[in-house]
Design a protein around this ligand. Structure first.
Ligand code: HEM
Length: 335
């Protein structure tokens, strides 16, 4: 079995190799932490505080998309779009400006992804534009969709919300990396939320050549092969008879179960082939760690201060908005 249907073209492979190297540096992680913390404290929290004070309803998904877009632009090319501004520049112009900036100030400590690509000798504008655009597409809608469903599920499960609060309440305002890593219950609850509502619910590849799948299915060149994380997250044979329940515990073990220590939770991951929310194998998501870092910081920043209450059942709202009501929420200050 040659598994050709999973093999990307050589240009795609090169883009992936270049990106993968830049993604896995410690300095990029530090940069992501600074960007996310600034966006949380200076933009997200003030907007939510105003909504809470005025008892207004927010379209939380829209807010989270704006948040994710600002973040990914700052991380990808060190540019703050402040989303609401009407004169968003084209990516191509940003790349030209960035090249100029690097030429003028060779010693500049620019740590965004675009600077890293250009400084490490990848000067082909088309090539770099493709990489940066794929980051923006990959990084904006995924985390915002994940978090919208997450806040909805948490609001429906007060016991789970209490457990998350117990974990985040003793962390610093801007948790350091070790503290975020230590948020295992929050991590498990995010995995569980994405099991039921995966941000990429269906995905696929096109066969480059004829192939045969491990179960004997014949794949002809040009055929599409799809996989379905939404359906797989709801399979009884994978998750048991309680697959319908939002149960972070299925990702955890307590000390005394032979894993972990001090009576703390410890995280027990699932293999990516039965939980392909971030894909599996050679094309697995490059931003997975970055996504968890961002989402855990947002969850800690919001839930320690606010309670998110869905506004979807408010009859007046239903008449007013007439669209995806799940996303609308009242924000209540916790204390
Ligand atoms: C909860 C959040 C996220 C989920 C569920 C997710 C899921 C996925 C999936 C399913 C793929 C495979 C797509 C395919 O090959 O058809 C993918 C690829 C990718 N993701 Fe993510 N993603 C998330 C967040 C992010 C973030 C924040 C970034 C960072 C910018 C990112 C960067 C990428 C990149 C660069 C690829 C392409 C990898 C390649 O070229 O092989 N992702 N992601």
């Amino acid at each position: 079995m040659s598994n050709t249907y999973l093999k990307p073209s050589s240009t795609t492979t090169r883009k992936r190799q270049v990106s993968s190297h830049e993604f896995n540096t410690k300095s990029l992680r530090k940069f992501v932490e600074i960007v996310v913390d600034t966006e949380v404290s200076q933009r997200l929290i003030p907007i939510l505080s105003t909504a809470a004070a005025n008892n207004t309803v927010l379209d939380l998904q829209d807010i989270l998309q704006r948040f994710a877009f600002d973040n990914i632009c700052k991380i990808a090319f060190g540019h703050d779009p402040a989303y609401l501004l009407p004169d968003l520049p084209e990516a191509e112009n940003i790349i030209k400006e960035k090249k100029q900036e690097l030429r003028n100030k060779p010693s500049l400590e620019t740590v965004d992804l675009l600077s890293r690509f250009l400084s490490s000798g990848h000067s082909d504008e088309g090539f770099v534009t493709d990489i940066v655009i794929s980051f923006i597409l990959a990084g904006r809608d995924t985390t915002s969709a994940a978090l919208t469903w997450y806040f909805w599920l948490v609001s429906q499960n007060p016991e789970i919300e209490k457990e998350i609060l117990r974990e985040i309440i003793d962390k610093s305002e801007s948790p350091v990396y070790e503290e975020v890593k230590d948020m295992v219950y929050t991590h498990a609850s995010l995995c569980e939320s994405m099991r039921l509502y995966p941000p990429v619910p269906i995905d696929g590849k096109v066969a480059l050549r004829d192939d045969v799948l491990p179960d004997g299915t014949v794949i002809k060149k040009g055929m599409r092969v799809l996989y379905h994380p939404y359906a797989m997250g709801r399979l009884e044979m994978l998750w048991g008879p309680d697959w319908e329940e939002f149960k972070p515990d299925r990702w955890l073990q307590r000390a005394g179960d032979g894993v972990g220590n001090d009576g703390k939770w410890s995280f027990v991951g699932r293999d990516p082939y039965s939980y392909p929310v971030f894909q599996a194998g050679p094309r697995v998501c490059l931003g997975k760690d970055m996504a968890f870092l961002q989402m855990k910081r947002v969850v800690a920043g919001i839930l320690r201060r606010f309670k998110v209450v869905p506004a979807g059942e408010d009859a007046l709202l239903i008449r007013h908005f007439k669209k995806d009501l799940l996303a609308y929420a009242y924000i209540m200050t916790r204390y």
